[in-house]
Design a protein around this ligand. Structure first.
Ligand SMILES: NC(=O)C1=CN([C@@H]2O[C@H](COP(=O)(O)OP(=O)(O)OC[C@H]3O[C@@H](n4cnc5c(N)ncnc54)[C@H](O)[C@@H]3O)[C@@H](O)[C@H]2O)C=CC1
Ligand SMILES: O=C(CO)COP(=O)(O)O
Length: 408
C-alpha cells in the first residue's frame, strides 16, 4: 500500500492498523505500506487507485508513465476534476501511457470503507470498456463478503459515483434543517433524475443509474450516517460554516464539495437543467440561505415528471432494445393534471363527478373546499379541487388544499 504521510506508513507497518484514516480495523499483517510510489507501482500486478479526485494528477503525475501493459489499474475514486471538468476516466487516460489505456477499470457502488473493512456484505460494480478486463477484475476482487458485478458503461458508473456525493450533501442539509422523510425521498428521487439527465447527455446507459453505482450508492450516502458528504450537509443545515466543518475533518475528504462546483459548470456546458445541484452549489459555495433555496426550488414552474427530451436521450443511448421499444411506443409523457385544470365553467361538473365517484365507493371521503389553478397572463385560472381519500391519505389532500390557498 502506498501512503502519502509517514505517520500512516508507520502505523500500518508497526501497528497493522491505519490509525490515521481508518482506526479500529486491523490490517492483515502481510500488508506493507510505503511512501515510495514508483516502487509500489512497479511491484504490483493489480493497482487500486483511491486518491481523492482533486489530487490524482499531482499524486500520480510522472509515476503513471511506469505502468506496463501486463498490469491493471482499478480506480475507486468518485469525483470530477475541478480544474478540467474531466471524469476520473478522462484524467487517467490522459496520464497513463497510450498502451495502458485498455488496462483501466473503475470500481464504484455502495461501499462504506468501515463496513467493507469490518467484513460486512457489500456489492459493487466494476466497469471497464473491455468486458473481459471487467470480468477479470470482478473475479479477482469478489469474495463471499464482497460481490462485484461488471459493466462496460464506464462513463455511467463514473458519473453516478461522482454526482451522488452532491446529493448526499443535499440530503444532509435537508435533515439538518429538520425537514422530514418526504423531503429526503424527494431529493433522492429528483436527484437521481438530474444524475440520469447529465449522465445520458454524456452517453451513459440510463439503466446504470438504477444499479449499484447509481441508485445503490445514492441511497447509501443520502441516508447512511457514515457518509462524510451527508455529514458535511447535516452540519451545514444545523448552521455551521463549511470552512469550520472541513477544518474539523482531520484531512478526510467530502468529494461532493468540489464536485458541486464542477457539475454546475458541466451542466451549463451540456445544457442540462439541474435545479437541486445548482441549489446545493449556491448554499455551499455562495452562502445562500438553505431554507430560501428550498422554497425557490419547490416554487419553480410546474412540469412533467419526465421531460420528453430525456426519453429521446434514453432511446439514443440505451443499450436495452426492449426498453427503447417500450419508451418509443409510449410517446412523450402526459402533462400533469394541474396544467389541464378545467376552466371555471367546468367547476360544478368536476365536483359533481368527484362526488359521484365518492358515492360509489363507501370507504372514500370527499374533502372539498380547496381551489387550485395555474397562473395565466397574470390572472389565476381556478378549478375546484376535490380530494378523494381514505384513511391517512386524506392528510395529503389537506396539504394540497393548503398549498393552493397559499399560492393564491
Ligand atoms: N471512504 C469510503 O467509504 C469510500 C471512499 N471512496 C472514494 O475514495 C477516494 C478517497 O477517499 P478516502 O480514502 O475515503 O479518503 P479519506 O477521507 O479517508 O482520506 C483522505 C485522503 O486524501 C489524501 N490527501 C489529502 N490531501 C492530499 C493531497 N494534497 N494530495 C494527495 N492526497 C491527499 C490523504 O492522504 C488520504 O489518503 C474518494 O474519491 C472517495 O470518494 C470510494 C468508496 C468508499
Ligand atoms: O462513496 C462512499 C460509499 O460508497 C463514501 O461516501 P462518503 O465519501 O460520503 O463517505
Amino acid at each position: 500500500m502506498w501512503a502519502r504521510g509517514s505517520d500512516t506508513v508507520d502505523a500500518v507497518n508497526r501497528l497493522h492498523e491505519n490509525t490515521v484514516y481508518l482506526p479500529g480495523y486491523p490490517c492483515p499483517p502481510s500488508l506493507r505500506a510505503s511512501s515510495d510510489l514508483g516502487a509500489v507501482i512497479t511491484g504490483s500486478e493489480l493497482l487500486l487507485m483511491v486518491v481523492p479526485t482533486q489530487y490524482i494528477v499531482t499524486t500520480l503525475g510522472e509515476a503513471a508513465k511506469l505502468l506496463q501493459p501486463h498490469q491493471v489499474m482499478v480506480s475507486c475514486s468518485k469525483g470530477i476534476s475541478l480544474a478540467s471538468l474531466e471524469t476520473v476516466e478522462e484524467l487517467l487516460e490522459r496520464l497513463v501511457p497510450p498502451e495502458f489505456r485498455s488496462r483501466l477499470a473503475y470500481l464504484s457502488g455502495p461501499s462504506f470503507a468501515a463496513e467493507v473493512a469490518g467484513g460486512q456484505p457489500t456489492a459493487v460494480t466494476v466497469a471497464a470498456k473491455d468486458d473481459q478486463l471487467a470480468a477479470r477484475v470482478q473475479a479477482l476482487l469478489s469474495n463471499p463478503r464482497f460481490r462485484c458485478y461488471r459493466s462496460t458503461d464506464v462513463i455511467g458508473v463514473e458519473l453516478a459515483g461522482a454526482l451522488k456525493n452532491v446529493l448526499a450533501i443535499a440530503c444532509g442539509i435537508s435533515d439538518g434543517l429538520g425537514f422530514g422523510n418526504n423531503a429526503r425521498a424527494a431529493l433522492i428521487t429528483r436527484g437521481l433524475y438530474e444524475i440520469t439527465k447529465l449522465a445520458v447527455a454524456r452517453g451513459a446507459n440510463p439503466l446504470t443509474m438504477s444499479g449499484l453505482a447509481g441508485m445503490g450508492d445514492l441511497v447509501l450516502t443520502c441516508t447512511g450516517d457514515l457518509s462524510r458528504n451527508r455529514t458535511v450537509g447535516l452540519r451545514l443545515g444545523r448552521g455551521e460554516r463549511l470552512q469550520d466543518i472541513q477544518a474539523s475533518m482531520g484531512g478526510a475528504v467530502a468529494e461532493g464539495v468540489p464536485t458541486a462546483v464542477a457539475i454546475r459548470t458541466l451542466a451549463r456546458k451540456l445544457g442540462v437543467e439541474c435545479p437541486i445541484m445548482q441549489g446545493i452549489h449556491r448554499v455551499i459555495h455562495e452562502g445562500a440561505n438553505a431554507q430560501e433555496v428550498v422554497t425557490e426550488v419547490m416554487s419553480r414552474e410546474l412540469k412533467p415528471e419526465v421531460a420528453p427530451d430525456i426519453i429521446k436521450g434514453v432511446i439514443a443511448n440505451g443499450s436495452n432494445t426492449n426498453l427503447m421499444e417500450v419508451l418509443a411506443a409510449a410517446g412523450p409523457p402526459q402533462t400533469p393534471a394541474v396544467a389541464e385544470a378545467p376552466p371555471p365553467a367546468l367547476k360544478a361538473t368536476a365536483l359533481e363527478g368527484a362526488a359521484a365517484t365518492a358515492a360509489r365507493n363507501p370507504r372514500s371521503i370527499l374533502c372539498d373546499g380547496g381551489r387550485s389553478g395555474e397562473r395565466e397572463d397574470g390572472a389565476m385560472r381556478t378549478a375546484t379541487v376535490a380530494v378523494l381519500a381514505a384513511g391517512a391519505g386524506a392528510a395529503l389532500g389537506a396539504a394540497v388544499v393548503a398549498v393552493s390557498r397559499w399560492r393564491r
